[in-house]
Each structure stands twice: as C-alpha cells, then as structure tokens.
Design a protein around this ligand. Structure first.
Ligand code: ZN
Length: 369
C-alpha cells in the first residue's frame, strides 16, 4: 500500500488516495443524535473532519529563532489567534460541531455508519487535536504546561513562566484550544450539536494533558493520575471525547508485531484507566497497515480490532469516510480521513482549505515569517 506524502510534520500522510465521495450505508439506523427540541435534518453530504495539534500558546517564544522546536512548531501547529479566527470562519460558513461517536455504531459486531442530523442549512464537522500530552521535551518552548480545572470549575491552561529570577504561574483562557473552544461555544452555542466539542487524541509515553501519568514517572505518579482524572471528567462532562493515538507515537511499519502488542498493552494499562475506553484509533503520522503481503488482514490491524477499535482515522486533504481496504472482499474497517490544519497547510493548501476558511485571513503574520 503506497502512501503519498503531501505535507511534512511529525505526522505523515495517508489519505490523498482516499478522496472518494461519502455514501451512507442506508437509512435503517436513523436515531439517537437528534436534538428533539430543534429542527434537525438528515445530512447526506460529506462529514468533514479537521485536526490540528496543541496551539503555540506563546507564539513569540514558540517561533523564536532560539527555540529548537521552532521548525516543527512552524509547520505542524497554529497560534491561538489563528485558531480563534478559524473557528469564527467555520461558524460563519455554517459548520456545526458533531460528536465523532455519533457517526458510527456497532450492530451485532458490524461497524456501520449512522445517519447524521444537523440543523437545516448546517454542515457537520468533527474537530480533533493530536498529541495532547505536553510532553517534557516541549516544556518551556511555547506551549502550555497542562490543562487544569480552575477554582470556579472552568477548563483553563496552566503554564509556569520564568522572568529572570522569578517564577509565575499563568492561568489562561485564551491560549489553548480547549478553553478557546469552550468560550467560543458559550458565545455561539449553535456552533455545537448537542454540546459536542472535540476529540482529544492522546499518547501515553509521557503522560496525558500535561500530567506525568506514565509508569516511567515514579515521582508522585498517583497524584498526577488523580489530577488528570479531574480534568478528564470535566472534559467529558463538557462534550469532549478521547481517541487513542498509540502509546509511544511509533511508526507503525517500523515496529514488530510483538512491540505493537506491547504498545496496546501499555495503552490499556496506563491510559485507559484514566480516560475510559475509546473505540477510535488515530494513526501516528497517519501511517496505517491494513493488510499483509497476501492481502489478508495484517496481524497489527487484527490486534487493533481485537482491542476494540472500531473507527480508524488517517490524514488526507479531502473528506473520506468509508470502508477499507477498498479492493478486497475480506474484512473491512471503517476509516475516516482528517484534513490537517497547521502552519504548512495554511501556507501551501489554501485552495483545499477554502471550503472551511480563507487561510490568508487567518494567517498569523504577526508571529510567522
Ligand atoms: Zn501525533
């Protein structure tokens, strides 16, 4: 299976070959995601899914020449300003956020698409966010330290700022995607269907959401887990959900089946107890492996299915939501591509992004070169 690299990031790409029109299986499974209070209609077009990474919360630091993460951040991430402007344009262009769990279901072991309902004139959109772990190699390099629940019970970001010899804790509501989206939907509640927010794609190798919950951390680990759980519970209550983005952010084809199994065990042991089960798998680097050389389901993919994953997300600039592999009559899995929103795409994929927003209008000229 050949993948085409269409942009550069920590994440490579899967999906340009997947640019097929969406087709719903049938109308038999109409249900559940109807808000009975309002006029919802079945949507028959493409369900769009866009993703980005943690924001460059402190852009002047993140994009400074002295920062050894700058080149990655510049390509793979966006600034808080860009994110806010993108939300505004998405809203103005009649997109509404839906919950990714409302687009598929398991009927007697078969994963099928569900009809999606949105208010008349609106278009469904899924937002997801990758690598939301704030791992230690990124600390003090322009991202926030962690997500917290503040004393008033609101989601916020927390970052320790050092000014020459003094340290200060910065609690912010406008420099990371979680509080920004929370506040945007408070202002524009009709941007969200049934309170849906976004999908947070986690790894586990250095903890989650800024908490050092992995087993390799032996200092205050239980306390970190307890703190992470408070944030996770609040996120879930507020309409966020979680996806598995692997444990160690590996290249799928570069590790053995045994290592892959260990990855999944690590996820089950170290992440799932904190966030609960998820049946959504988001491929690191957008690299997937479905079949072996004989065109049978690969051992790794079978492991993912056996562990309970039901929706598999890759990367691609066009909407794709269908069953893969396309060319065999064997086991098929439900796949969805996600359109990357990052510094690279804002610069080089303007045309593809026009269906969402005008990249020139959101581009952060203040901080980007
Ligand atoms: Zn990733």
């Amino acid at each position: 299976m050949k993948n085409f690299i269409i942009f550069i990031c920590f994440f490579s790409i899967v999906g340009t070959l997947l640019a097929l029109p969406i087709t719903f299986t049938n109308g038999e499974t109409l249900q559940t995601n109807i808000d009975s209070q309002s006029n919802m209609i079945a949507f028959d077009g493409n369900i769009e899914h866009i993703f980005t990474h943690c924001l460059l919360a402190y852009p002047s630091l993140a994009l400074s020449e002295e920062n050894n993460m700058k080149q990655y951040y510049e390509k793979d991430c966006i600034t808080p300003n860009e994110f806010s402007l993108i939300l505004k344009e998405l809203y103005e262009n009649n997109y509404v956020l839906i919950n990714i769990n409302d687009i598929f279901e398991n009927i007697n072991g078969k994963i099928i698409k569900k009809k999606v309902f949105v208010p008349e004139g609106k278009k469904p959109l899924i937002l997801s966010f990758d690598d939301v772990n704030y791992d230690q190699k990124k600390l003090k390099k322009g991202m926030v330290d962690k997500i917290i629940v503040d004393e008033q019970g609101n989601l916020a970001s927390e970052t320790e700022i050092t000014w020459s010899t003094t340290k200060k804790i910065d609690i912010s509501y406008d420099n990371e995607f979680i509080p920004i989206l929370e506040n945007f939907i408070k202002t524009y509640p009709d941007f969200s269907v049934n309170g849906a927010k976004g999908t947070i794609c986690l790894t586990g190798y250095d903890g989650i959401l800024g908490y050092r919950t992995s087993k390799k951390n032996t200092v205050n680990r239980q306390q970190e887990i307890n703190s992470a759980k408070i944030v996770v519970d609040k996120l879930k209550t507020n309409g966020w959900n979680f996806a598995c983005h692997s444990f160690g952010h590996y290249h799928m084809k570069n590790i053995s089946d045994e290592q892959f199994k260990q990855e999944l065990e690590n996820w089950k042991e170290q992440v799932e107890p904190i966030i609960g089960e998820t049946n959504i798998y988001v491929y690191p680097y957008g690299e997937w492996e479905l079949t072996d050389d004989n065109n049978n389901t690969s051992i790794k993919h079978q492991m993912l299915i056996d562990y309970g994953f039901q929706l598999f997300c890759g990367v691609g600039s066009n909407p794709f939501f269908s069953y893969m592999p396309l060319n065999t009559s064997g086991t098929k899995s439900l796949f969805m591509d996600r359109t990357p929103i990052d510094g690279y795409s804002l610069k080089n994929r303007k045309k593809e992004l026009l269906r969402f927003f005008n990249a020139d209008e959101v581009y952060d000229f203040k901080y980007r070169t």
